[in-house]
Ligand binder design. Structure first.
Ligand SMILES: [Zn+2]
Length: 334
């Protein structure tokens, strides 16, 4: 058993991923490794709270929160989507059996437990694979819906220089912060206007053109374009679309994928907030993050799986927090 758990541990070390299911499988493997010499197999079964605590999750204090976290990570989906890679690794290491995460629900008041289950490595000859496609393909490929999880304002950290503006993660647009926001936006807009005036001014030039003039003519529009793309256009899109990806200008650099959202609160006041919508990919259990679509409508936000951003793509409905798989028409260049 120890050799098998070590082998799975090796595979995990070589296939690092920023997905909840990955940290969950690491936790399960490490905990199993600690008790691998125990004669009782029940010692190598762990409930949701054990696993959340081993993975260093904040939910570990509370059993229900731990259970929600563990169940929502798609551990079985994760392992079955990568089954071929794991089995090849075990085969190359000379093993005849392989490990996969399994779940047992005893029912009643007993807690569900997760453990590493041994199963014989299947025949990897071409005929055997053709006769029996891996089960990963059967259920997972037809997984077409995704449910987004919402991280409320206040739990997504803002970058230090935008903290005076965004405060605790949310503010009313009709407030002193809203005014400050508007004033801050006036600076790049003023810069754009000045650049346009400067360029026009060159047409009135009554002396020979100098190198410095040419340099200004090139640098000013480039800077203006950058200011437009980074500062002004996102704010126009935010007002139009209600939600935009929050760039490094707003979300702390340690925060993966956050969004700026305009909502109305219970008193019908507009509120701007820094939030996060994320999901677990139903195909491979990778992390689904919101990005702009590359399809015909490039302003549409879609959920892209971090592991296969062009293949595992889901629509995003901010109101229902649900999405369906989007199958883009494959286009080949050349
Ligand atoms: Zn995926």
């Amino acid at each position: 058993m120890r050799a098998l758990v070590d082998c799975l541990n090796d595979w995990l070390a070589g296939h690092r991923e920023d997905a909840g299911a990955y940290s969950l499988l690491i936790a399960l493997t490490q905990e199993t490794l600690k008790r691998v010499d125990s004669p009782s197999a029940a010692q190598r079964e762990f409930d949701a709270q054990d696993l959340a605590s081993a993975a260093g999750r904040p939910e570990a204090d509370d059993f229900d929160a731990s259970k929600r976290w563990v169940v929502g990570r798609g551990l079985e989906t994760y392992a079955s989507a990568r089954r071929q890679s794991i089995e090849d690794h075990f085969r190359a290491a000379g093993h005849a059996t392989c490990l996969r995460p399994a779940r047992r629900s005893p029912g009643g008041k007993h807690r569900a437990v997760w453990y590493l289950e041994q199963y014989p490595l299947p025949d990897d000859s071409a005929e055997a694979i053709a006769a029996d496609p891996p089960p990963a393909g059967r259920g997972a490929i037809h997984a077409t819906t995704v449910q987004y999880e919402f991280t409320p304002p206040g739990q997504v950290k803002a970058v230090w220089f935008s903290r005076p503006l965004i405060g605790a993660g949310s503010f009313l647009t009709k407030s002193w912060r809203g005014l400050l926001w508007g004033a801050a936006l006036l600076v790049p807009v003023a810069y754009l206007v000045l650049s346009a005036l400067l360029t026009l001014d060159f047409t009135q030039l009554r002396r020979p053109v100098q190198t410095a003039d040419l340099a200004t003519l090139i640098v000013a529009p480039v800077l203006a374009w950058i200011v437009w793309r980074i500062l002004v256009r996102p704010m126009i899109w935010l007002a139009d679309d209600r939600i935009i990806p929050a760039t490094e200008l707003w979300a702390a650099w340690s925060e993966a994928n956050a969004q700026l959202e305009l909502t109305k609160d219970e008193h019908d006041r507009r509120r701007l907030q820094l939030v996060r919508y994320t999901a677990v990919c139903p195909v491979c259990a990778g992390t689904v993050e919101l990005r702009y679509s590359q399809g015909p409508n490039t302003r549409r936000l879609v959920g892209c799986c971090a592991e296969a951003p062009h293949d595992h793509v889901f629509s995003f409905d901010r109101i229902s927090r649900a999405g369906r798989r989007v199958y883009a028409e494959p286009r080949c260049n050349g």
